[in-house]
Every structure is written in structure tokens, then in C-alpha cells.
Design a protein around this ligand. Structure first.
Ligand SMILES: CCCCCCCCCCCCCC(=O)CC(=O)SCCNC(=O)CCNC(=O)[C@H](O)C(C)(C)COP(=O)(O)OP(=O)(O)OC[C@H]1O[C@@H](n2cnc3c(N)ncnc32)[C@H](O)[C@@H]1OP(=O)(O)O
Ligand SMILES: NC(=O)C1=CN([C@@H]2O[C@H](COP(=O)(O)OP(=O)(O)OC[C@H]3O[C@@H](n4cnc5c(N)ncnc54)[C@H](O)[C@@H]3O)[C@@H](O)[C@H]2O)C=CC1
Length: 309
């Protein structure tokens, strides 16, 4: 028994050491999720470079992070010097860039949170694979795309995994840590250890569609839209019913607006392509029209609901 305890202690020590080795974190994508991941990494003392292809998105992200850190600081320290110190220290750990290749030169970990599109994600990782140091771990924050399909664009399958955060990242405690068959034990332990260093509760996931939460959440959200499309209830009543009847903090339509209808469409289109006979994944006329009209939810000021001030 002592031998196995020794092994367990050594494995824990190894993962702690590997997680501690993750100091320089590059986050690619400064949207809803990338900005949240970058913020929490900066708040927890990592050296963070947040990258986006769109300089305007970087600027918006910095404003979003500033406002969010202020809420976190107020919640942790109230008003006053400690709150200001926390905010200043966190922001001092955060750099921004629009040059993805340069941003990974000294990265220990790269977390990708760009558009939910397999081709674009593969193009990005293929480009970064030749620029990042050999030891750098690559991870995707994808909601629905198989990690293995993304990883095949690189030569570092043993140092590739999924780190699936939840929105809003500064608040949601869960982190799904996904491995592909080639992910080394050291990489997996380092990703789980880093998740804990980020203040998250990690769960272990295999590379299956939607991992754990989205495998259950997305069909539920799909059914909510179908129910409204069949004229059986209004979005507002469905949301009220799920908040008061099931204790959810947000109803499905509020949540879809919150996560972004463009991301929702990317997910449903991807799963419909992969599972063409699954009725539930067939395109939604309601969602198609909203996205075609640029109504993407909170991020655009209107989705199922209007958010214009
Ligand atoms: C047929 C077609 C169908 C197509 C549809 C398909 C859709 C598929 C979508 C799939 C989803 C993909 C997404 C994904 O991969 C995984 C996810 O992320 S799923 C989403 C998970 N998140 C949730 O479920 C969020 C649920 N909502 C909440 O928890 C709360 O509403 C929320 C915390 C967002 C807000 O809380 P609330 O009480 O309502 O308001 P407050 O503003 O008071 O906030 C409470 C508390 O939290 C702090 N806080 C809130 N936001 C932030 C922030 N951004 N930064 C920092 N802090 C924040 C705030 O300070 C409050 O703290 P106090 O102590 O009260 O001050
Ligand atoms: N929105 C949500 O609630 C959640 C989303 N996710 C996943 O996170 C990823 C990002 O989602 P969001 O943050 O919501 O999207 P978003 O649309 O808010 O942000 C995506 C960002 O990526 C940038 N981008 C696109 N292509 C790029 C490239 N080649 N290089 C650099 N930057 C690029 C865009 O300019 C944009 O700022 C997706 O894979 C999504 O499935 C995961 C969990 C929750």
C-alpha cells in the first residue's frame, strides 16, 4: 500500500510541479470567453497575453475586463486600497496583441477561444505549432468541436487537450478538462493543476460531443426553441417557467442571448453536419433569421430579447 501511496504522492507532486511550470499563458480570442479566461489568469498571477485578429475586439475586451475586475474586487475587498491594489496588480499581468505568432514565443500554455469554426481553429493551431516552444501545451475552449479534430492540425498531440470554461468565466466555477488518446499523463495533470490554480473545480472529460455540460445543456436549449417554434409557449414564459420551476438562474432564451446566438448557430450547424439524421439538430428557422438579421443576443444588443438601453 505504501508503494501506491508513494506513486499517488509523486503523481500529485508531478502535476503540481507541471502546473506551477505554467506561468506564461497566451489566450487567443478576446471575445466573451477569451477576455474572461485572460482576466482570471491575470487575477491569479499568471503572465497573460490576450490576442485577437480584430484590434477593436481587443479594445472592447480591455473595457469588459476592467468592468469585470472591478466587480470581482468589490466582491472580494469592498471599496478602498485593497480593491485598487487587486485591480492594478491583475491588470499589470495582462498584455494584449494582434500578433498570434509572436505572442506564443515564450508561452507555457496557449488557450484558444476564437470563433467556433473547425477550419479557422485548425489554421490557427497549425500556424502556432511552428512558433511555440516544444514544451508549450495547446488547449481549445471549444463548446462542441472534437478536440481530436482540432489537434490533428499540429505535431504535438501529446501536449494537446481541451480546457472548456463556462460563461461568465470570472463567476462560473467549473472547468471541463478534456483529453484525447494521445494527451500525455503529464500534460493532462498539468492542465488539471492549472485549472485549480485558476480557482476552478475541474472535471475529467473524454473527447465526446459536448463533453459533459453541453451534451445535456444543448439538447435542452434546442428543445426550448422547438417548443416556441411549435407555438406552445412564448420565450418569456419558457424562461420564467425554468427559473421558477427548475431553479435555473437564467431561462434558456436568456442564456442563449447571453452565450451568443452566433455561437449557438455554429454549434447546431456542426452537430447537424455530424449527425444529419438527428431531428433535434436540424436548423432552427427562428435562430437562422435572428442570426441573419445580426441579432446575436447581448453582444449585439438584441437577440430573442432587446438589450438596448
Ligand atoms: C434549435 C436551435 C437552438 C439553438 C440554440 C443552441 C444554443 C447552444 C448554446 C450552447 C452553449 C455554449 C456555451 C458553452 O460552451 C458553455 C457555457 O458557458 S453554458 C453557460 C453557463 N453559464 C450559465 O449558465 C450562466 C447562468 N447565469 C448565471 O449564473 C447568472 O445569471 C449570472 C452569474 C450570469 C448573473 O447573476 P445574476 O444574479 O443574475 O446577476 P448579477 O449581475 O447580480 O451577478 C451575480 C454575481 O455575479 C457577479 N458577476 C456577474 N457577472 C460577472 C462578470 N461578468 N464578472 C464578474 N463578476 C460577475 C456579480 O458581481 C454578482 O456578485 P455579487 O456578489 O452579487 O456582487
Ligand atoms: N459564448 C459562450 O458562452 C461560450 C463559448 N465557448 C467557446 O469559446 C469560443 C469563443 O466563443 P466566444 O468567446 O463566445 O466568441 P466571440 O465571438 O465572443 O469571440 C471570438 C473572438 O475570436 C476572434 N477571432 C476569430 N478568429 C480569430 C483568429 N483567427 N485569430 C485570433 N482571433 C480570432 C474574434 O475577433 C472574436 O473577438 C468558441 O469556440 C465557443 O464555442 C465556450 C464556452 C462558453
Amino acid at each position: 500500500m505504501a508503494f501506491f501511496n508513494h506513486l499517488a504522492r509523486r503523481s500529485f507532486a508531478q502535476s503540481a510541479a507541471m502546473a506551477n511550470a505554467i506561468k506564461n499563458v497566451t489566450v487567443i480570442g478576446s471575445g466573451l470567453m477569451g477576455s474572461g479566461i485572460a482576466q482570471v489568469a491575470a487575477q491569479t498571477g499568471h503572465n497573460v497575453t490576450m490576442v485577437d485578429i480584430d484590434p477593436v475586439a481587443v479594445e472592447k475586451a480591455q473595457k469588459r475586463i476592467g468592468a469585470s475586475i472591478a466587480r470581482v474586487a468589490k466582491k472580494k475587498f469592498g471599496e478602498g486600497d485593497d480593491a485598487a491594489k487587486f485591480m492594478n496588480e491583475s491588470m499589470s499581468h495582462l498584455k494584449t496583441s494582434t500578433d498570434a505568432v509572436a505572442s506564443v514565443e515564450s508561452a507555457d500554455l496557449v488557450v484558444e477561444a476564437i470563433v467556433e469554426n473547425l477550419k479557422v481553429k485548425k489554421e490557427l493551431f497549425s500556424k502556432l505549432d511552428g512558433a511555440a516552444p516544444a514544451h508549450t501545451i495547446f488547449a481549445s475552449n471549444t463548446s462542441s468541436i472534437p478536440i481530436a479534430k482540432i489537434a490533428e492540425a499540429t505535431s504535438r498531440l501529446d501536449r494537446f487537450g481541451g480546457l472548456h470554461f463556462f460563461n461568465p468565466v470570472p463567476v462560473m466555477k467549473l472547468l471541463e478538462v478534456v483529453r484525447i488518446p494521445e494527451t500525455s499523463d503529464g500534460t493532462y495533470e498539468a492542465m488539471k493543476g492549472w485549472g485549480k490554480a485558476m480557482g476552478k473545480v475541474t472535471v475529467e472529460c473524454k473527447d465526446t460531443p459536448g463533453f459533459i455540460v453541453n451534451r445535456l445543456l444543448v439538447p435542452y436549449m434546442f428543445e426550448a426553441v422547438r417548443l416556441v417554434e411549435r407555438g406552445e409557449a412564448s420565450p418569456r414564459d419558457v424562461d420564467t417557467a425554468m427559473k421558477l420551476g427548475a431553479g435555473h438562474p437564467m431561462g434558456p432564451f436568456e442564456l442563449m442571448d447571453y452565450v451568443g446566438l452566433d455561437t449557438g448557430k455554429f454549434i447546431i450547424d456542426g452537430w447537424h453536419a455530424d449527425y444529419p439524421d438527428e431531428e433535434i439538430f436540424k436548423p432552427s428557422p427562428m435562430l437562422e433569421k435572428l442570426v441573419a438579421d445580426g441579432k446575436l443576443g447581448v453582444k449585439s444588443g438584441e437577440g430573442f430579447y432587446s438589450y438596448k438601453k
